[in-house]
Design a protein around this ligand. Structure first.
Ligand SMILES: Cc1cc2nc3c(=O)[nH]c(=O)nc-3n(C[C@H](O)[C@H](O)[C@H](O)COP(=O)(O)OP(=O)(O)OC[C@H]3O[C@@H](n4cnc5c(N)ncnc54)[C@H](O)[C@@H]3O)c2cc1C
Length: 547
């Protein structure tokens, strides 16, 4: 088996559940057509809405901004199908539930041009004023290989290979035994703590930690995550989130949009040809302003223009803080412990700036060096990561001039798009002194700061030390049989709820947990041959660290 995003906290085989010919389950006839409010038309909302429709329920999708959420593919004006991925852009092949839906929709994909990959061709690393270029790690000075080795050794100090082997083999007992030892040990400690106290890095000069922070593993730029809980980083590497990544040709927003227009399968009680779009008359309902229950069984959902609709269940997939700021959510619907977890959720900032260029000029060969004039660039300067997208012969190309997180993203926050382009070009000009990148720009640039958008307030969750219990409360909330009746029927899903935030697979997996919870709420069950996440919960549950 290849390594997949199988646990480690909740090692349920979502891909097998999805693939099984029996489907995800069934609801009693009396529940058919019952409405479920789905708040947010991002990936989690769309996956859940599609599967709830498959079951015969009637999802009612509310969206404050646009379908796709953080999968937002901006099409450059004048460039036919030339896009910039403003949110998620590279998807690890280990995300098998994400690719289940991408494949269902027949979305074409190709390797993402990450540093030191064949897809990037040439990679340039600019650190402390020195510039190195290569196609693979062995082309770079020995320090880079030593850093990579130190990282591997540091991971081995806490039993990496044994855990990853258990993930590969889907050996639940071994994985649970190993991971459950790690959780209490590392929940309270940061990524930086891990690096600094590892035997492997302690032997090396400080400059190796700096190099690691810049180039690190996989996609690079990991020093932005140094304050995060080490558990979060371990999940990324254990499940190969940061390797073998693909981009979706034509834009990943095609995935949530494709689910909106995908007809139900033959299994669904809805008539052939029914789609989410047809159930909604073409558009989602407006953003949600309030959720309450007024003591009854049904939920009352008020949209931002004042219309109140009644629903049998609610699924919230919007950013967690919005449930206390943008949406007036009756407090008694969730426990105080859960409110605490939602409000303590910590989000990372992220900024990206893209330009369309006339052609992939970076492939031109410099007559002096005999190398491409520019490459995918990692730097300690303002831009941090610069990515190059070749759209094929005769078509404009795209440069993500800068993709950064946390402090580096905040540096850009006050500036408009033109200023961000200028700042980026200045930084890149120091790395490529003879190259006139600006002369290739065509069309209007585009930029984003996710923290600046009232519907997102950040890019994605980045759990801090001590946040495992918060994650646990949110993640396990779909198991509602022990909750007081007044707290049943409202569910949550998405990146913020997942144990693998910043990866779309987590949005899909938590959406599927919610689908199981909602199906059960309406008296439904999984097929006996195809148990769902809730059916296997007791065996697979994430370790409970107690109060
Ligand atoms: C900069 C960036 C880079 C990323 N890179 C990657 C990557 O390379 N690979 C990867 O796998 N993942 C990546 N991700 C993560 C991935 O994009 C997310 O995991 C996924 O898109 C989250 O989907 P979601 O449905 O949970 O949330 P969202 O997409 O945020 O959906 C929530 C929706 O709720 C809506 N909403 C808000 N308020 C209301 C309201 N009051 N009423 C109704 N609707 C409301 C929002 O408008 C939004 O559409 C990245 C994310 C960002 C931001």
């Amino acid at each position: 088996m290849p390594v997949t995003i199988f646990g480690p906290d909740f090692p349920f085989a979502y891909d097998e559940w999805l693939r099984h010919p029996a489907g995800l389950g069934a609801i009693p006839e009396s529940s058919r057509g019952a409405t479920v409010a789905v708040i947010g038309a991002g990936l989690a909302g769309m996956v859940a809405a599609y599967e709830l429709m498959e079951l015969g329920l009637r999802p009612v999708v509310y969206e404050r901004a646009r379908i796709g959420g953080r999968l937002r593919s901006h099409e450059f004006e004048g460039g036919d199908g030339i896009i910039a991925e403003l949110g998620g852009m590279r998807f690890p092949i280990s995300g098998t539930s994400f690719f289940h839906y991408a494949d269902l929709l027949g979305l074409p994909r190709e390797p993402f041009p990450n540093p030191l990959t064949d897809a990037a061709g040439s990679t340039v690393i600019d650190v402390a004023g020195q510039t190195f270029q290569g196609r693979e790690l062995s082309d770079l000075p020995a320090e880079f290989s030593e850093v990579a080795r130190a990282w591997d050794e540091a991971l081995e100090e806490i039993g990496f290979t044994a855990m990853q082997d258990a993930i590969r083999a889907r050996d639940v007992d071994t994985l649970k035994r190993l991971w459950n030892e790690i959780v209490p040990l590392w929940d309270g400690r940061t990524f930086y703590d891990f690096i600094a106290t590892s035997q492997a890095f302690s032997k090396l000069p400080f400059s190796y930690r700096e190099l690691f922070g810049l180039v690190g593993f996989g996609t690079g730029g990991w020093d932005s995550d140094f304050p995060n809980s080490m558990l979060e980083i371990l999940r990324v590497v254990l499940t190969n989130c940061d390797t073998d990544q693909q981009l979706v040709i034509g834009g990943v927003e095609r995935l949530p949009r494709g689910l909106w227009t995908l007809p139900v399968s033959e299994r669904s009680p809805w008539p052939a040809g029914t789609t989410l779009e047809s159930l909604h008359g073409g558009v989602p309902r407006p953003g949600v302003a309030a959720i309450d229950r007024s003591g009854g069984r049904m939920f009352l959902v008020r949209d931002r223009w004042g219309t109140v609709r009644t629903h049998g269940a609610v699924l919230a997939t919007c950013q967690n803080w919005l449930l206390t700021t943008q949406i007036a959510c009756e407090e008694s619907l969730l426990s105080h412990e859960l409110w605490m977890a939602l409000d303590r959720t910590r989000y990372m900032q992220s900024s990206k700036t893209f330009v369309m260029v006339d052609r992939p000029f970076w492939k031109d060969i410099d007559p002096v060096t005999g190398r491409p004039v520019m490459g995918m660039t990692l730097t300690d300067r303002l831009t941090r990561g610069t990515y190059l997208f070749d759209n094929g012969p005769g078509r404009p190309a795209v440069i993500c001039l800068t993709y950064s997180w946390m402090s580096d993203a905040l540096k850009m926050l006050p500036y408009d798009v033109d200023q961000r382009v200028k700042l980026s070009l200045d930084a890149l000009g120091k790395i490529y002194p003879g190259l006139d990148i600006a002369s290739h720009i065509v069309g209007d640039p585009v930029t984003i700061s996710w923290e600046d958008d009232p519907n997102f307030l950040g890019a994605f969750k980045g759990a801090l030390p001590g946040h495992y219990r918060y994650n646990h409360r949110m993640y396990t909330h779909f198991m509602q049989d022990t909750l007081p009746p007044a707290q049943r029927g409202i569910f949550m899903a998405g990146d913020d709820v997942s144990f693998t935030p910043a990866w779309a697979e987590g949005a899909v997996q938590t959406a599927l947990n919610a689908v199981w919870g909602i199906m059960t709420h309406f008296g439904g069950t999984s097929h006996p041959d195809n148990p769902g996440p809730g059916d296997l919960f007791e065996k697979l549950a994430p370790i409970d660290l107690g109060a």
